[in-house]
Design a protein around this ligand. Structure first.
Ligand code: ZN
Length: 306
């Protein structure tokens, strides 16, 4: 099996996870978890989002979390933004990396925004300009590039058109986000190989929800064709308000554990992440979707008395 020697993981639980929770964590608790994640070795973390606080109350204090944590050398602290107002909030609180998002579902986009996905992305030009004028890096995400609950398989030409719209406004770091948890490994392999070959100037991230238990297989399929940047969520936290039955992201500790066992470097300490997931479980007071948290590491069994 062809595997990369190392991968980069972005921890997205503080954003993608917490935004779907009924329990609102305090700013103190978020800062504690964020410090823990940095200490565990993460070099990329999605801290929160600058959505309207009424729409996503769980993320209302993202600005404050940034102010409290300050700049952390060598660690990219990313936030999801909906529009230009998001860039302004990033400037005001010292956030240096923002991410935009568009749905690859034409139907979803037309119904909600009355625009095609490409038109949405073209509208991001002002965000890119404002971000670069303020020294803020910017990336873009495409949700449901594999399939959507409304239209089924997403045509590759549609994905290409969105990628080209992103490149046109000057965004080269692009995330393919299987928010609906409908991607399958052979499709992941094909789309990943296709986009890498067609758009060699871009840098790719993969973001898989584990709604149907396929996220780990999808990560492996992407790794095999040379992808090296993946999102995951500690404790497998998360969901998606628009997608029926959506489960969380693939659990970070499960991904790190698999990489550790396969000899693929992540730079992240799985034992520390497991401790943070236990802390998260206590704070949220419900069980989390994580195999390794339940069963422990394979390597812990060696020499154990059974
Ligand atoms: Zn997600």
């Amino acid at each position: 099996m062809k595997l990369p020697s190392s991968v980069t993981l972005c921890e997205v639980g503080l954003r993608d996870g917490l935004q779907n929770e009924k329990t609102l964590l305090s700013t103190d608790e978020k800062v504690e978890l964020l410090r823990g994640l940095i200490d565990a070795g993460y070099r990329v973390i999605e801290v929160g989002s600058f959505m309207h606080p009424k729409a996503v109350p769980q993320m209302a204090d993202t600005d404050e979390v940034y102010r409290r944590i300050g700049a952390v050398p060598g660690v990219e602290l990313r936030a999801l933004i909906p529009n230009l107002r998001g860039v302004q909030r990033a400037v005001d609180c010292g956030c240096k990396k923002v991410k935009l998002n568009v749905s690859a579902s034409r139907m979803h986009n037309l119904k909600n925004l009355n625009m095609t996905p490409e038109q949405s992305v073209a509208g991001f030009a002002g965000c890119v300009e404002a971000a670069s004028a303020n020294g803020i890096a910017i990336s873009g995400s495409i949700s449901m590039p594999f399939a959507s609950p409304w239209e089924g398989r997403t045509p590759v030409e549609d994905v290409d058109a969105i990628i080209e719209a992103y490149l046109k406004v000057g965004i080269r770091e692009i995330s393919l986000s299987d928010a609906s948890g409908m991607a399958v490994p052979n499709q992941v392999s094909e789309l990943c190989a296709h986009v890498q070959e067609k758009y060699p100037e871009a840098s790719w991230w993969l973001h898989f929800h584990n709604t149907r238990g396929m996220a780990m297989a999808n990560i492996l399929a992407a790794m095999e064709v040379g992808m090296t940047q993946f999102d995951s969520s500690f404790g497998g936290l998360g969901g998606c308000p628009f997608v029926p039955g959506a489960a969380g992201n693939i659990s970070s500790e499960d991904v790190i554990h698999m990489c550790d066992e396969m000899g693929v470097e992540t730079g992240v300490d799985v034992v520390k992440v497991m401790a943070l997931s236990r802390r998260l479980r206590d704070l949220l007071d419900h069980n989390l979707e994580s195999y390794v948290l339940r069963a422990g590491r394979s390597s812990d069994l060696i020499g154990s008395k059974s």
